[in-house]
Design a protein around this ligand. Sequence first.
Ligand SMILES: [Zn+2]
Ligand SMILES: [Zn+2]
Length: 160
Amino acid sequence: MALEASICSKCGSKGLVPIGSRKCFCGGDRIVFSITEDEYIKMSDYEKNKMIEEMNIHPLISKEDALTIYNVTHSTEIIDAMIELKQKDIIEYGLKLSQFKSQLDQKRQVNQQEKKQVYCPKCGSTNITAGQRGYSLLTGFIGSGSTVNRCSKCGHKWKP
Ligand SMILES: [Zn+2]
Ligand SMILES: [Zn+2]
């Protein structure tokens, strides 16, 4: 797929994107750099920043902030409202942003807990007795090192 280097005029997110993708996640319009993909890859951060300065592009919000807001709200309108707030009341903006950040942290923690949750591969029950030492058919005694999960609902046993 052919790529082109561009920058978002709104959040300053820059990089190589497939040719023709003009919209940024934040809802901003991407401005295409007049350089090739290879030239962009070879550029240092300093050179990139200089080029952006010369193009007179001044992002309204940082990419990190915009991403935080987007990941919590999935709304580009709220990003716009936050940009407005940033210009009007930077302290209030900081407070709101830290709220979004803590919401995002909570979301991540929940996701991690969900990942840790073990499901029975047979019936999908979460009522699992995990990590019990298994009875080895080969040696005939409770083996060390081999653990099995047991589903309390259907009785299915499997190696984690
Ligand atoms: Zn953007
Ligand atoms: Zn089961």
